[in-house]
Design a protein around this ligand. Structure first.
Ligand code: AMP
Length: 586
């Protein structure tokens, strides 16, 4: 059984596919959402979820919330002298989710898809993978939350192009624009406000309630931790009520000694109190649209995610900004987990919708002889993927090759982006072209690239992993594509020139071999002809006469062949040199 997990800042939850439909898995407490809170009680006992959240006021030093904000950093939490990394804390939440799901479904769960915000970088994604592994899960893929939400709405099955997603949760506001084409969701732009969420609405109401209480009773209850917590809970409750009702009755008995708090709040009042918070959503949305170079009218659909998008004011603003209704039929707290479950089942082949979720935005490859870029994985290849090619040595007795990994679309490696370098050593000395070095590029589903070089004669292998450096922003990718287009002609010319140089060098080498092999046997005239041609090639090459060089190389090639047939020098060596080499040379 595979599940999808939304590992959220305030809440986490899981979903599975039940008879072709994604469904939320309730936790052991029977609830659909598990607070992303971990606490250490007396004697080091771990409390996770609701229990941890409930005791938070009484035990704030040993209660950890919102750990997601620290994923991928070297932040550590210290509890009772023990240090925990963000991924360890997250793994405790994931473990509860997994175990509760196993109990509910009565099946072992080994694999999961976990969602992350679209703006998460490689370190944050990697940390999320690690958290999954620590919880005993095989993380099949990390997917973007807005992509998961779009999958849950089945947008990949519709003829849509651009989708705007608002995700307003407890503590963060994320805006993303996705482009959909051939089933591929591509993140065009992301933005938002990492310090704006439902908690701010609660706090605003809390302050208001405290002020009202102070007006009546002359005490500032916010100084009292217990009273503060009760105010917070009442505020959140009232806020939620006002999403469906026009009025909310707020009542907190004995908030301060014998005094109760009693108040009726209208939705209008609440919206007035929090107007500036709502307005904070406008600027990031406009920014994301302008980053993606869109006007609101070009957006085909808007999707609302996150519990706080239930507030009517938020939905109203969405309508105002985009001029159309947004998708909000699926519970906004659950839509991401449901999409993750769909993705998990696509990955195991249970769902046959062909959704290609990620592609390589640029080609990946290595530098070969002459500084030419040899592509190994072409751009727009769907990941995960593995591609390999066999290369050989460029010089006689070359015992080492430098594997220089690059990304880009330009023909010469110096114009592309450097991703890393490593050496494969201890290649047995031999003629150039004899060694067989298999270079393999593997990109896993999370976009992590592994490059390995294997000496097929000795089984000696070296590799590197490139995880953080190769993701580029949309702008950088576009610039690379544009540059490749602009320089296509001159790059091609430059590449051909380099290749002529390499061929010339090879041919001269081959001719010299023939001369050496058959020294003394050959007719003086033939020797002279060959030597003259070699000199001519060197001269034209030096002068940059590439067409002439090419003609003379062909001439030399024919002559060497004739001589070869006449004098029967070692066939293998000659073939290796005169024909286009079997393998590209590093
Ligand atoms: P999420 O992290 O996406 O689950 O969002 C949690 C946030 O949504 C919290 O701030 C909740 O108070 C808020 N929320 C949940 N339900 C509602 C509702 N009916 N109306 C307004 N806010 C809500």
């Amino acid at each position: 059984m595979v599940i999808g997990i939304d590992l959220g800042t305030t809440f986490s939850l899981a979903a599975f596919m039940n008879n072709g439909k994604p469904e939320i898995i309730p936790n052991a407490e029977g609830e659909r959402l598990t607070p992303s809170v971990v606490a250490f009680a007396e004697g080091g006992r771990q409390l996770i979820g609701n229990l941890a959240r409930t005791q938070a006021v009484a035990n704030p030093e040993r209660t950890i919330a919102s750990i997601k904000r620290h994923m991928g950093t070297d932040y550590e939490v210290e509890v009772d002298g023990r240090k925990f990394s963000p991924q360890e804390i997250s793994s405790l939440i994931l473990r509860k989710i997994k175990e509760d799901a196993q109990d509910y479904l009565g099946e072992k769960i080994e694999k999961a898809v976990i969602t992350v915000p679209a703006y998460f970088n490689d370190n944050q994604r990697q940390a999320t993978m690690e958290a999954g592994a620590l919880a005993g899960l095989e993380v099949m893929r990390i997917i973007n939350e807005p992509t998961a939400a779009s999958l849950a709405y089945g947008l990949h099955k519709q003829d849509l192009h651009y989708i705007l997603i608002w995700d307003l949760g407890g503590g963060t506001f994320d805006v993303s624009v996705l482009e959909l084409g051939n089933g591929v969701f591509e993140v065009k732009a992301v933005g938002g406000n990492t310090h704006l969420g439902g908690d701010d609405w609660d706090e605003r109401l809390m302050d208001y309630l405290a002020q009202e209480f102070e007006k009546l009773h002359g005490v500032d209850v916010t100084k009292d931790r217990m009273a503060l917590q009760r105010l917070k809970e009442a505020s959140e409750k009232a806020k939620k009520e006002l999403s469906t009702k026009i009025f909310a009755e707020i009542r907190i008995p004995f908030l301060w000694q014998e005094e109760d708090l009693r108040l009726t709040l209208s939705r209008e009042q609440f919206e007035e109190l929090t107007r500036d918070l709502l307005e904070k959503m406008i600027e990031p949305t406009k920014q994301v649209l302008s980053d993606a170079k869109f006007t609101p009218t070009q957006i085909d659909r808007m999707v609302l995610v996150g519990g706080s998008t239930r507030m009517p004011a938020v939905q109203h603003l969405a309508r105002q900004l985009l001029g159309k209704e947004s998708y909000k039929d699926i519970n906004p707290d659950e839509v991401v987990a449901l999409g993750a479950a769909i993705q998990a089942n696509i990955l195991i082949g249970e769902i046959k919708d062909v959704v290609l979720l990620d592609v390589t935005p640029l080609s990946l490859g290595i530098e070969i002889e002459g500084g030419i870029f040899a592509k190994i994985i072409k751009r727009n290849t769907t990941v995960p993927t593995s591609c390999g090619q066999i290369f050989t040595t460029a010089k006689d007795n070359q015992t080492q090759v430098d594997i220089h990994v690059l990304q880009g679309e330009r023909l010469l490696s110096s114009d592309n982006i450097n991703l890393g370098k490593f050496e494969l050593t201890d290649i047995p000395p031999g003629r150039r072209g004899e060694a067989q070095i298999e270079v393999t590029f593997h990109i896993d589903a999370n976009g992590i690239l592994q490059v390995s070089a294997l000496d097929l004669h000795t089984d000696n292998e070296k590799s590197i992993q490139i995880s953080s450096s190769y993701r580029l922003s949309k702008d950088e990718i576009n610039k690379m594509l544009e540059d490749a287009r602009i320089h296509a002609k001159e790059d091609q010319k430059r590449k051909e020139e380099i290749q002529i140089g390499i061929r010339a060098e090879s041919m001269i080498h081959a001719a010299q071999l023939v001369l050496e092999e058959d020294e003394g046997l050959m007719d003086k005239l033939d020797v002279n002809k060959i030597e003259k041609l070699i000199l001519a090639i060197k001269t034209t090459l030096y002068k940059g006469g590439y067409e002439d060089t090419r003609a003379r190389i062909d001439e030399l090639s024919k002559l060497v062949e004739v001589v070869y047939n006449a004098y029967k020098c070692k066939k293998r060596n000659l073939e290796m040199e005169t024909k286009d080499a079997a393998y590209k040379r590093i």
